[in-house]
Design a binder for this molecule. Structure first.
Ligand SMILES: [Zn+2]
Length: 345
């Protein structure tokens, strides 16, 4: 089959569009999916660079997000059949630890994610457990079905499960433009929250306004802490989504109202931020770190997307053979929404 494989850790020059062996069914609970689309995530880039600390045999197929048609099912599979259109819940655990035994395998110490410890979705076929196959929401295209799982499950756990964002509350989203941030904007608006976003790009702020953002703050020309104070009548916001970290982190804490919640799923500007512990205590702040989410959260999320008629934002679609160019585009942070790979028949 055709696939994009990584031959070593490093830059995009390590990615090759080439022939690779097709996956074979071994476990009776597994399925093989003929992929129609995959999506690019930062996790693919970190895996390619070798900064995750996870060593994989080379050559290796990247890609955590995908959607396609079930091609083959193991003897014990009952939830899907050949021909079903499916999107993929991207991780699986060991089935034995306390987390796996209580529907929290995303917290498993032996977590395996597609494209990480498992062969990924930059390929014509992928093998995975049948319980990771979910129906594609409503009338999504394969590109849309590949674009939503990783970012939406991540934001769902952050904003809905952990921060418990409520209608009428105000949320501040730092750095609108990335997949999680733009998807958070969509979900927060449907929940009924007031949404303030920041960006260093006028174009991204304009796109966020078109998606329903109530206020946009240009963080290079405006002091976003002062602006948030002004917009909230000195009160501050209920929730901040900060996946930037670094210098921004302390400002994010400053923007929170009493009993405010800060959620994060990473730190693109540096993971060793300075906390304002006095503010955390005196304002009774809560800080939630999140990584992915459970199958139950994925099921609720899929239902929500159907009911709320949310479609993932797709910035651009590259052919599979141009995966290297697509990754470079994401590394340069030029996108608004998701960058998708279309997989040829
Ligand atoms: Zn486990």
């Amino acid at each position: 089959m055709k696939a994009v494989r990584m031959h070593g850790y490093g830059g995009v020059e390590q990615l090759f569009y080439e022939d690779a062996p097709e996956p074979r069914l071994v476990q009776s609970g597994d399925v093989i999916v003929k992929l129609k689309a995959a999506a690019i995530n930062h996790i693919d880039i970190w895996n390619r660079m070798g900064v995750t600390g996870i060593a994989v045999p080379m050559p290796h197929i990247l890609g955590a997000d995908g959607a396609g048609i079930v091609a083959e099912v193991g003897a014990n599979v009952g939830n899907v059949k050949a021909g079903d259109r499916v999107c993929l819940y991207p991780l699986t655990g060991c089935d034995q630890c306390e987390f796996c035994l209580t529907d929290r395998d995303f917290m498993c110490f032996r977590l395996r994610v597609l494209g990480e410890r498992l062969e990924g979705t930059y390929a014509r076929y992928v093998k995975l457990p049948a319980q990771n196959c979910f129906p594609i929401p409503a009338d999504y295209s394969f590109e849309e079905a590949a674009a939503f799982p990783l970012v939406f499950i991540t934001l769902w756990r952050m904003l809905v499960t952990n921060a418990e964002l409520k209608p009428g509350e105000t949320v501040l989203i730092i750095g609108i433009g990335g997949g999680v941030a733009s998807a958070s904007l969509q979900v927060a608006k449907k929940i009924g929250a007031r949404v303030i976003v920041t960006s260093g790009s006028e174009e991204k702020l304009a796109r966020a306004k078109n998606l329903g953002a109530d206020h946009g703050i240009h963080h290079r020309t405006q002091d976003f802490v002062a602006e948030v104070r002004r917009l909230t009548g000195e009160r501050g916001v209920d929730v901040v989504l900060d996946c930037v970290g670094g210098e921004v982190w302390r400002k994010s804490l400053t923007c929170l109202a009493l009993e405010g919640r800060l959620v994060t799923c990473g730190a693109t500007a540096g993971g060793h931020a300075v906390d304002d512990i006095a503010a955390i205590c005196s304002k009774e702040l809560k800080i939630y770190g999140s990584t992915l989410g459970s199958r139950e959260e994925f099921r609720l999320l899929s239902n929500f997307l159907n009911r709320a008629k949310i479609r993932p934002i797709i910035d651009s679609v590259f052919p599979l053979r141009e995966a290297a160019a697509a990754q470079r585009y994401v590394e340069e942070a030029r996108q608004f929404g998701k960058v998708v790979l279309k997989i040829p028949d």
